[in-house]
Design a protein around this ligand. Sequence first.
Ligand code: AHM
Ligand code: MG
Length: 333
Amino acid sequence: MRRVTLTQFLIEQQRAGRTSPDLRLLIEVVARAVKAIAVNVSKGALADLLGEAGTDNIQGEAQKKLDVIANEILLQANEWGGHLAAMASEEVEEVHQIPFDYPKGGYLLLFDPLDGSSNIDVNISVGTIFSVLRFPEGIKEPTEECFLQPGREQVAAGYALYGPSTLLILTVGNGVHGFTLDREMGSFVYTHPFMTVPVDTQEYAINASNARHWESPVQRYVGELQQGRTGPRGKDFNMRWVASMVADVHRVLTRGGIFMYPLDEKCRDQGGKLRLMYEANPMAMIVEQAGGSATTGRQRILDVQPEKLHQRVPVILGSTHEVERVTAYHLES
Ligand code: AHM
Ligand code: MG
């Protein structure tokens, strides 16, 4: 069997006119950083990498040692290649400028370096999420404003899942493609072509401990699922919640399902729990590219006009018929 590597895949995409040489370089550099993060994640306690770093990030959350390391790896790997105008990270308050002695390029890279970091110390899967935007033309210095583009403007999005295998899932706007890290060879191998999310499902994912805080459309929707085959849906539903968005979304991408982190009374003041620019938008692009849907309950995620870099948003994504149903409940209420 012919083994296609990420590099070969990207060169073929470039030949077909779907990526520019700079976007190919950008994705290759992110993939290289992901390999380095995977090494650190897998070392865990052997390298004293578990636990807290003793600092807080912009969201006021305690940073784990691996949050800090993953962030540093991504920033350093992407600074010098000449493909980026600037970067933004969940772990950094301001826009990260490219050092003045390096060339600058036409793209903006946003990332959550280590998503699901509450799972690090218990050895459960975590991930990296990234989004690529174009640097608007005619602007000299990248500012926060340049990043505030709706998710439909993304030119690429992806995530890495550090699980039993390390996977890289990618879209450049031509379907969703998955690669598995071959640790001996040190390369990503094309293992999951054109991933699709089935339109129907019998599996849902939500943190049910927040049930009393949910809005009524979510209470109605989940209540109906829980009634199973004797309720209005006429079938049983299973539930899963890893509490690593990357792992939960990857399950949806692999076998269907609906993932929800909706607005609730606990996160209402912040606008939601998950971050729009480097969590919701890239996942929404991936899920839509795989034939699924992604909304806030009230509008398509990719149409949300961002107002702040670290903005939060409600997230409902996955199998289209289920996302449409719970969105309709929101719009009716
Ligand atoms: P993080 O970026 O600080 O790791 O937080 C995001 C994570 C998501 O991966 C996950 O879906 C969610 O937070 C879990 O939240 P909860 O602990 O409320 O279930
Ligand atoms: Mg996160």
